[in-house]
Design a protein around this ligand. Structure first.
Ligand code: NDP
Length: 248
């Protein structure tokens, strides 16, 4: 199914997994709103890639953790594009550290961006999608939300929280043809994982039955399925894309 005529907002669409999701949705016909918070050059590069491939895109800068800014940004997107059909909650950060040493600030930053950010964006689009009687919301979780990970209590809690958020909102929006799902990647080669030490990478690869890290396009393909018309009867689910690392 083509996504022609659909408007998609991808938070953190400027780099990594988000960029690949933007390119994929635009390639299939959606007009894509590329969100970022700090790096305009990366966002512009994503838009250039979309336009070079014959697609349509615009940039929207906002911090997903700031409810007021999110509301303003979504109102401005609707004013410009007329509608929002697809929301991908992809923006995410890590502030790793063992629990006994973790600063309250690190906990708050990760929860505010990775969990409250999704809540803010879902809240901003829900009414719009309900009125349209069609919508697709996909949040990017993590295998860590299912497995937990030493040094990532904040990140694991936020990603596990996304599962409860998704299942609850899926129930609330189900009668309006708005599906709410997630994709939980395993280890994907992006800026977020590029800083891992070689020995840590080797340990991780050992835990992946397929023996290799995933690529951003593997996650984008799962997102593409969940936003399609063909996935209309799938809601409240998290699709694991992790090379067999966790089978939930
Ligand atoms: P990157 O670090 O490569 O990119 C993060 C993106 O999020 C950037 O576009 C960044 O924008 C944006 N962002 C960060 N904070 C905010 C904010 N407050 N408001 C708006 N945008 C923000 O991450 P990945 O591509 O690796 O990860 C994308 C998602 O996938 C995250 O949710 C991550 O948790 C999840 N994930 C990643 C895995 C991996 O192995 N890489 C594994 C499992 C899950 P800017 O450049 O402007 O800062």
């Amino acid at each position: 199914m083509s996504l022609a005529g659909k408007v998609a907002v991808v938070t953190g669409g400027s780099r990594g997994i988000g960029r690949e999701i933007c390119l994929r949705l635009a390639q299939d016909g959606a007009k894509v709103v590329v969100n970022y918070v700090s790096n305009p050059t990366a966002a512009e590069e994503t838009v250039r890639g979309i336009v070079a491939a014959g697609g349509e895109a615009l940039i929207s800068k906002f911090d997903v953790a700031d409810a007021g800014l999110v509301q303003e940004a979504f109102a401005s997107i609707v004013a410009q594009c007329g509608r929002i059909d697809i929301l991908i909650n992809n923006a995410g950060i890590t502030r790793d550290g063992l629990l006994i040493k973790m600063k309250e600030e690190s906990w708050d930053q990760v929860l505010d961006t990775n969990l409250k950010g999704a809540f803010n964006c879902i809240k901003a689009v829900s009414r719009i999608m309900m009125k349209q009687r069609w919508g697709r919301i996909v949040s990017i979780g993590s295998v860590i939300g299912s497995l937990g990970n030493a040094g990532q209590a904040n990140y694991a809690a936020a990603k596990a929280g996304l599962i409860g958020l998704t299942r609850s909102v899926a129930r609330e929006l189900a009668t309006r043809n708005v599906t709410v799902n997630g994709v939980s990647p395993g280890y994907i080669d992006t800026d977020m994982t590029s800083e891992l030490a070689e020995d840590v990478k080797a340990t991780i690869l050992n835990e992946i039955p397929m023996g290799v890290m995933g690529e951003a396009r593997d996650v984008a393909a799962a997102v593409r399925y969940l936003v399609s018309e063909e996935a209309r009867y799938v809601t409240g689910q998290f699709l694991h894309v992790n090379g067999g690392m966790f089978m939930g």
